[in-house]
Unconditional design. Sequence first.
Length: 219
Amino acid sequence: MVGGAIAAAGFGAEGIAAGSTAAGMMSAYGGAVPAGGIVAFLQSAGAAGLGAGATAATSLVGAMAFGAVAGVVGESISVDAGGLREDELTFVGKAAFKTHHGVFVTVFPFGFIRGQARKILPWEWVSVFFVESLGCFALKSHLGKWLSATPGGSLQFRDKVREWELFHVEIPEGSEKACIRSIHGKFLCAEQNGWIVANRDEALDFEMFEIHWQSGPRF
């Protein structure tokens, strides 16, 4: 299904189709296809002709590109008290998140998160996992802890993936920036003072992040 959606959007073996959603995404970058970006990855998938047998990682990319995540605001998602098992988490790749203010999100060793780094070092890399059964994502820091959003909007780090450690990642049509929504229906926001919170009702400029991949997304 995801492979068909990629093809329908205009990503194909012969290139990006004129007048398609894919062409609109490319035009946002002046007609270029930035290396390592979501357009490049989707075009790779389209050129390979991936279809119904696509891997969970390909499903991830399709979900991000078209907002086709399974969860919606207000939907009840339940996880066992012991957290998700390792075999329920598909590793996609390591990524760094650049804020609207031009700096990267940093996870400090003592567990708080800010947008302040001018370049990507080990503290900026986050391991991205896809939970295919739930259509959600989980983000693991270099500390080995999982990003967690409380109902009040603060961000913490936990040892296991339960409901609060699940996120929806959406990339609006025509954009290569992503917005990240917590399981509580609130968007992550990079404040001007550097703090990262999860308490916004809609995704505007401060809620958009550039995703820079170290490895992945993997098809």
